[in-house]
Ligand binder design. Structure first.
Ligand code: CP
Ligand code: NVA
Length: 313
């Protein structure tokens, strides 16, 4: 296809044309299949990103994102530099703009996990290399690309299917609303009144013709769904843990809720999970759960995301 927006950022799904997102997803599928028998550290044929370096900034904790991006660069034949935000001069007052200008002189792309979404936007605006959003307080677009790959791998297609979200209307839910609108599947979100999905995102989805339903009834959302997704009740940076735990208690995903979904339905969770809170152990460790495939797919989609940002696909 060629990169129609060469040297582009990957900040939010809503900013990118559907055909770009589809191209990234299809590339991820092809690359995943092509290296299925190779050792995890082996470089892909043709080393698509030889000579390229990705810097990663983490202002928040990470297991999956850190490892999958680092292995992504290794498999693509490039290299990576991992930086903890607190140990950078950024952590003691150097501006985001100056950080962006300096990093652009050293590396080919920057991945950032930031407390505030505005940090990611400013890095993108002030630097001269592509920036990838690896989770902010607003969104988690890389996660949703991995969820798309997982759902399509298991279900074939989401055409005519409904996906359900049950729990906190958080950053992952925001990216899910954007994914539903861009990829064109029906989405039903069940959230407590006080922790509902982002209103601006819902309005954007409505303007874009997204098929999105919001309810406070988990059973209504789960009914007939092809995938049921949840996430932690207390995200990184949330200060009101007690109030959240109380409000979200009726939104636990258990076997009774999964029984309302379609016969082939998947359970997804971006992880880390809290068994006995947002999901029961029998669901996340049960036959419907695709959470380990979902975690693996972070690696495959991010390889295609980085390659797209650098104009290689
Ligand atoms: N799902 C996810 O982003 O996991 P980490 O916080 O471990 O990176
Ligand atoms: N919503 C969670 C996702 C963690 C990967 C958080 O922001 O902490």
């Amino acid at each position: 296809m060629g990169n129609i927006m060469a040297n582009s950022h990957f900040l939010d799904l809503k900013d990118l044309p559907s055909e770009v997102l589809r191209h990234i997803l299809d590339t991820a599928k092809a690359w995943k299949t092509a290296r299925s028998d190779m050792p995890k550290g082996a470089v892909d044929e043709g080393a698509p990103l030889a000579g390229h370096t990705l810097a990663m900034i983490f202002e928040k904790s990470s297991t999956r994102t850190r490892i999958s991006f680092e292995m992504a660069m290794q498999q693509l034949g490039g290299s990576s530099v991992v930086l903890q935000g607190g140990s950078m001069q950024l952590g003691r007052g150097e501006t985001v703009a100056d950080t962006a200008r300096v990093m652009s002189r050293y590396v080919d792309a920057v991945m950032v996990r930031a407390n505030s979404h505005s940090t990611v936007e400013e890095l993108a605006a002030m630097g001269s290399v592509p920036v990838i959003n690896a989770l902010t307080d607003r969104s988690h677009p890389c996660q949703l690309m991995a969820d798309m790959l997982t759902m399509e791998d298991h279900l074939g297609t989401l055409d005519g299917r409904k996906v359900a979200w049950v729990g906190d209307g958080n950053n992952v839910a925001t990216s899910l609303i954007e994914a539903a609108t861009k990829f064109g599947f029906s989405l039903s979100l069940a959230c407590p009144e006080s922790y509902g999905p982002d209103k601006d995102t819902l309005e954007w989805a409505k303007r874009e013709g997204g098929d999105i339903v919001v309810t406070t009834n988990p059973r209504e959302a789960a009914e007939g769904a092809g995938a049921l997704i949840t996430d932690t009740w207390v995200s990184m940076g949330d200060a009101d843990a007690d109030a959240r735990m109380a409000a979200l208690k009726p939104f636990q995903v258990d076997t009774a809720l999964m029984e309302l979904t379609s016969r082939d339905a998947l359970f997804l969770h971006c992880l880390p999970a809290h068994r006995g809170e947002e999901v029961t152990a029998d669901v996340i460790d049960g036959p419907r759960s695709a959470v380990w495939d979902e975690a693996e797919n972070r690696l495959h989609v991010q390889k295609a995301i980085i390659a797209w940002c650098l104009g290689k696909i």
